[in-house]
Design a binder for this molecule. Sequence first.
Ligand code: FAD
Length: 371
Amino acid sequence: MVGAACALYAARSGLDVRVLDRGPVAGGTTGAGEGNLLVSDKGPGPELELALLSARLWAELADELGTAIEYEPKGGLVVASAPSALAALRDFAAGQRAAGVTAVPVGADLLPDLEPHLAPGLAGGMHYPQDAQVMPALAAARLLRASGARLHTGHTVTGVLRTPDGTVYGVRTDRGEVHAPAVVNAAGTWGGDLAALAGVRLPVLPRRGFVLVTEPLPRMVRHKVYAADYVADVSSDSAALRSSPVVEGTAAGPVLIGATRERVGFDRSLSLPAVRALAAGAIGLFPFLERVHALRTYAGFRPYLPDHLPAIGPDPRAPGLFHACGHEGAGIGLATGTGRLIAWALTGKAPELDPEPFRPERFDTEGGDER
Ligand SMILES: Cc1cc2nc3c(=O)[nH]c(=O)nc-3n(C[C@H](O)[C@H](O)[C@H](O)COP(=O)(O)OP(=O)(O)OC[C@H]3O[C@@H](n4cnc5c(N)ncnc54)[C@H](O)[C@@H]3O)c2cc1C
């Protein structure tokens, strides 16, 4: 998704773009996550600014690409089960509002108007009309097509070509060399490996997430609905299993129940504790789900950087190399803003957004890798 957005905005800035991927389109984490475009889960700061820019760009693309990317401006609803959680949610929303987010308090009595099938007894919630959704694999494919970039699937990058003075001038692949004055590393969870091919360090780690998919249903869940403690899970540095329910209906019918977070390397094996935690949490929010069949589960590996911010921009350690990776659980939402930032960097235009917090070399000042 991130590579597709970089290709789109770079091409629209007048650049000649080639996209290389060792697999098919959306064969990485993009094809293994959900497609929420969220501002609701981000506190004031650089990630929220990028999310707000990205949300505007997604809405523009939706106007242009129509239903082809299954864009749905459905809004998010965050609910609190206890008065203390509601107070914390209100404080969080006040900070977000000051940063440009629309956050509308919803009293307990009004929750059923937004979500008729929610569990009774919740303390209240917050409605975020700017939250939206796309179908990630479709969006990646459509953005690539719209970019007009030449696409080379089944090409594995095996080296980054550098002149004796260190300037990057292309990549080596298992099918030959590709020369270019600029190379963008949009390798997601494998972005650290690609950086290493250029001799630079970028500590991207996998953070596994499971999603549970129900049988198709009539639309029972209208918004993206999640519990207030989800935000704490997202920003947690813990390697242990964390799970807070995130429930959403889809245009096709199945309800998606996400998402766990744990750092277990690239282990793909099914984790019953993770899937059980998802099911229990979702039933807690929407009791009717207890009677619904789960059809399947799938897992993906979020590209995790230790400070939870992506790496976006030129790498001064390897002139000609740019990074656009490490978006963790928000790479679909943040893809458009990232693509725009990369296009600005490639063409030397002044960015509308301060790129400083996303500097790829920022980890060089800290200690060793986090494992
Ligand atoms: C369970 C789960 C739920 C999620 N839900 C959401 C959500 O609701 N909203 C959201 O915004 N985000 C969500 N995410 C996160 C999101 O999926 C990722 O942040 C995003 O997909 C990252 O996109 P990417 O393009 O950076 O990486 P990828 O999609 O992984 O793309 C990287 C590409 O690089 C290619 N590649 C790697 N190495 C090489 C090489 N050496 N040569 C050639 N090609 C190479 C791979 O084949 C891959 O196609 C979720 C993730 C998970 C796991």
